[in-house]
Write a protein that binds this ligand. Sequence first.
Ligand code: XBP
Ligand code: MG
Length: 254
Amino acid sequence: MTLNALIFDVDGTLADTERDGHRVAFNAAFKELGLDWSWDEALYGKLLAVTGGKERIRYFVEKFHPGYEKPRDFDDLVVALHKTKTRHYVAMMEEGRIPLRPGVKRLMEEARAAGVRLAVATTTTPENVTALIKNSLAPDSESWFDVIAAGDIVPAKKPAPDIYLWALEKAGWKASECLAVEDSRNGVLSSLGAGLPTLVTVSNYTEREDFDGAFAVLSDLGEPDQPFRVLKGDANGKSYVDLDLLHWWHARVN
Ligand code: XBP
Ligand code: MG
């Protein structure tokens, strides 16, 4: 089976969006809606245990804010907070505040030129993906992807495999003809759960997580003048991820 498609996670994989993007947008939303909540970098690292913004707000209230008395319309408040957070996040992406990680654009361009298909499978809201890729990858980059699987289209978010299974079904691909690229344990559990061989490029919050089952763990995808560090696995002596290396890995895992 030859390598036909690459399926990318978004947050932490395409760009380091959590600490300086999502976290800042959540805090702006809390302020705008009159709450005195503020998520610092360390707390946010703990909150990342739960994927999905609305789910994360609920987790914060349950586990980290015991004194808080939920109003009767708490469900509506969560929805309003999340909508406000998305508006702030999209505005930040439109200012081009967060760059893509090393190698992301280069590898996607190489894949497109070679006819290897691209897709996205993420927990984040669809508008967030569009805003990030339009402003950091290319204005027409939505059309680069056969499928953008995002947000609430599946009720069970990562680590459940559902978002990857949804993407595979929508595109009509078998897991064995694809590779997934992830940055977190929750992401790897999701992609492996869908049967996808997975490459990990760690991000600032996920460096020390357990990536059991991934075929390789790297610092990032690397660039010709900016080599990656190999944290686990064999990179065939290469210093940056290109299609050649992906084909090599794919042949070894299948
Ligand atoms: C990222 C997430 C998301 C974002 C917030 O997952 O866990 O919850 O932090 O996004 P992935 P929303 O790495 O799979 O992209 O607020 O839009 O849910
Ligand atoms: Mg991620």
